[in-house]
Design a protein around this ligand. Structure first.
Ligand code: FAD
Ligand code: DHB
Length: 390
């Protein structure tokens, strides 16, 4: 098989890139080690920046998102028993975010790709990007006991943090930066109405909590937990009790509970690999960087990488120039580091750190107090939350 762009990974970055390239008549194959069912069953992010929403529309897959997604003009910071609303719309001159699950976004992209008849190979083993330092890159992979080869002009490594693309780069060519946080998030999905119309990010002495949603009838809730916690030790009743304890009374009393149908623990990490381009191999999304989920930047960063790479490839194939390809890594990383900083800051401000002393506690309280009394501070938060422009 030969294609212009071989994409490793059928997550949001690979799928969105494939769809944008399709609109420009640039052919792709997507290859993933997981099954279609596994990919469609993953529950992850839930908040889309305007830039991500626009890319979905540009790719021609925005219809269901526009019909079913929930535009949000603000969110609450809860601490010290009270709520403080961050007016995203007012503070940013009319910007908002869209609550629409990554699971739904992935489904829209997969279904569009299938109805367009574009190729995706699932359950591929030993996917290996090769020859990307030359003009003739290619991929090999095993499927059903047979080794296959795909020749291409470029390889997009959209295969997440544990993927093969970053690992294929010689160690001396790449530099990595990492911070691991001493806690995780325990998250559930339940078919109960959300406790509040907008998201609530709560700082509490027992630890962080987040009230989010997927629709008017489906809630997504998270609580900070220790890294050695086991999901099986958390009955629904224990989860609801702990969540209510970490929220201001008016939310705790209004909370409607019910059986959860998804429950999982995610560790928190900040990670960046530099550069994001190695000859004809590009790293995109989680393959190049991970952020802690506080502030909902992971999926949105994957989307901005896709924007930069799509624009660069378009410029290349239209015969105009390779300037975009040469600038891809620096442009993407410029935005990545600002989101890494923002999600680190939100995480630091809202979580209980096991090693924190009284001093750290007072600094956290001062930060929250400052935010609620300074329009300048709120504006910085809002501008980053809705997403820096690209
Ligand atoms: P991924 O979604 O990871 O997709 C990568 C794809 O590559 C997968 O389909 C995988 O099967 C495939 N792949 C991996 N290795 C190989 C290989 N060797 N060969 C072939 N294919 C391979 N962000 C938020 O903003 N909020 C959240 O609440 C949130 N929760 C998260 C929970 C979890 C458990 C995880 C892992 C991430 C979460 N994120 C969250 C981050 C967000 O989901 C990611 O930033 C986003 O999925 C990145 O998209 P991606 O396409 O770059 O990578
Ligand atoms: C969700 C996840 C986040 O990390 C966040 O900051 C907001 C919402 C969610 O899954 O709904």
């Amino acid at each position: 098989m030969r294609v212009k762009v071989a994409i490793i990974g059928s997550g949001p970055s690979g799928l969105l890139l494939g769809q944008l390239l399709a609109t420009a008549g640039i052919d792709t194959v997507i290859i993933d080690r997981a099954s279609r069912e596994h990919i469609l069953g993953r529950v992850r992010a839930g908040v889309l920046e305007e830039g991500t929403v626009n890319l979905m529309k540009q790719a021609g897959v925005g219809a269901r998102m526009e019909a079913e997604g929930l535009p949000h003009d603000g969110f609450s910071l809860a601490f010290d028993g009270r709520d403080h609303r961050i007016d995203l719309f007012g503070l940013t001159g009319g910007k908002r975010v869209m609550v629409y699950g990554q699971t739904e976004l992935t489904r829209d992209l997969i279904e569009q790709r299938e109805s367009d008849g574009r190729p995706t190979i699932y359950e591929a083993c030993n996917v290996a990007p090769q020859g990307f330092d030359s003009a003739r890159p290619f991929l090999t992979y095993d499927k059903d006991g047979v080794t296959h080869r795909i020749d291409c002009d470029f390889i997009a490594g959209c295969d997440g943090f544990h993927g093969a693309s970053r690992k294929a780069v010689p160690e001396k060519a790449i530099r990595t930066f990492e911070k691991v946080y001493p806690f995780g998030w325990l998250g559930i999905l339940a078919d109960v109405p959300p406790v509040s119309e907008e998201l609530v990010y709560a700082n509490h002495p027992q630890g962080f909590a987040l009230c989010s949603m997927r629709s008017q009838t489906r809630s997504r809730y998270y609580i900070q937990c220790a890294l050695d916690e086991k999901v099986d030790d958390w009955s629904d009743a224990r989860f609801w009790d702990e969540l209510r304890r970490r929220l201001p009374t008016h939310h705790a009393e209004a909370m409607i509970t019910g059986p959860s149908f998804e429950k999982s623990i995610a560790p928190l990490r900040s990670f960046v690999a530099e550069p994001m381009r190695f000859g004809r191999l590009f790293l995109v999304g989680d393959a190049a960087h991970i952020v802690p989920p506080t502030g909902a930047k992971g999926l949105n960063l994957a989307a901005s990488d896709v924007h930069y790479l799509f624009t660069a490839l378009l410029e290349h194939y239209q015969g105009r120039s390779n300037a975009g390809i040469d600038a891809y890594s620096a442009k993407a990383l410029g935005r990545v580091w600002k989101a890494v900083r923002f999600s680190w800051w939100m995480t630091t401000m809202l979580h209980r750190f096991p090693e924190a002393g009284d001093f750290d506690q007072k600094i956290q309280e001062a930060e929250l107090d400052y935010l609620t009394h300074s329009r300048a501070a709120e504006t910085v938060l809002a501008e980053n939350y809705v997403g820096l422009s690209y």
